[in-house]
Design a protein around this ligand. Structure first.
Ligand SMILES: [Zn+2]
Length: 303
């Protein structure tokens, strides 16, 4: 089964499987959906199946053997250049040269353009003709998260396959089964937003995220001096973007119980804005902490 090891998107997997079984594979696909939900992994699995010489479930044909050892002459993945985060027209041109050379090992050739939304406009234009009329043996799969960056002419020449976010309960299950983390807060699951890829990044810094949440929980209980002291230790420069983003998610959760927290989100926003204009770091954090504390504690009965 395609995508056996990947959580979620069962419908997509089934439809790709069906395309293989009924020999109805189209030549140009666009796999679209959020980052970190397994689009590329499923595309790679699909490619393996397209290239396979037997189409059997467990297969040791020459094509599958080479594919499994990352050494298949008819399979190509184009990734953006790391330093430029762009797929250039030259990269697309050399891919196209390769498209018109006949396959060696398999009956087909598969090209995956990963992060295809990183193709600049000239790269996209260079691809159009090949996308429209590829050779009979060639298959091209575009994998992208932001379709606004793709030309309509690209979209109209590809078969769109939409991927869904992974349900939070599945992300939670995945984390518990595959990492040392056994407890994950609902705010953190909300922040992860159905992406296994993002969950793995978040887990690396889980202590920092948890510290933000426990700090904000103290807003109503601590006096202002202690609150400032803890706040300065919690919001550190090197982790500030994630800390502030996550604070908004946590406060949104608190706001469901207590509406005062809704206003606090605005103060975090202000802080993000100020920092983006290179305002003084300490002053921006101080102001945010003060405003949040005041919003929650002012006019409340603190006996
Ligand atoms: Zn095979």
């Amino acid at each position: 089964m395609i995508g056996n090891n990947i959580i979620g998107n069962e419908k997509v997997k089934k439809s790709l499987e069906k395309a293989i079984d009924s020999n109805n594979i189209v030549h140009s696909y666009l796999f679209i959906g959020k980052d970190g939900i397994g689009k590329k992994e499923i595309a790679v699995d699909f490619a393996k199946k397209i290239l396979c010489l037997t189409k059997e479930e467990t297969c040791t044909c020459k094509s599958c053997t080479c594919f499994n050892s990352n050494n298949h002459s008819d399979f190509f993945i184009i990734n953006p250049l790391d330093d430029k985060k762009i797929i250039s027209v030259d990269m697309i041109r050399s891919m196209i040269d390769e498209v018109y050379k006949k396959p060696i090992l398999s009956d087909s050739k598969v090209f995956i353009i990963n992060d295809a939304d990183k193709m600049n406009e000239s790269a996209q234009n260079a691809l159009l003709k090949t996308l429209e009329e590829p050779p009979e043996y060639a298959y091209i799969i575009l994998v992208a998260s932001n379709e606004l960056l793709l030309l309509n002419t690209i979209k109209s020449r590809t078969m769109r396959v939409s991927f869904n976010d992974i349900p939070s309960s599945d992300v939670e299950k995945y984390i518990k089964e595959n990492t040392d983390v056994k407890n994950i807060s609902s705010s953190l699951l909300e922040y992860i937003g159905g992406s296994i890829g993002k969950s793995l990044k978040v887990i690396e810094d889980i202590d920092k995220y948890n510290a933000i949440e426990s700090f904000l929980q103290k807003t109503e209980k601590e006096d202002i001096v202690d609150y400032f002291y803890d706040g300065k230790n919690t919001y550190t420069k090197e982790f500030i973007n994630q800390s502030l983003e996550y604070s908004e998610v946590v406060l949104m959760g608190f706001a469901k119980e207590n509406k005062k927290y809704l206003n606090c989100i605005k103060y975090v926003d202000d802080c993000i804005n100020r920092l983006s204009y290179n305002a003084n770091f300490d002053m921006s954090i101080d102001m945010m902490l003060f405003k949040i504390w005041e919003e929650v504690n002012e006019n409340s009965s603190r006996h």
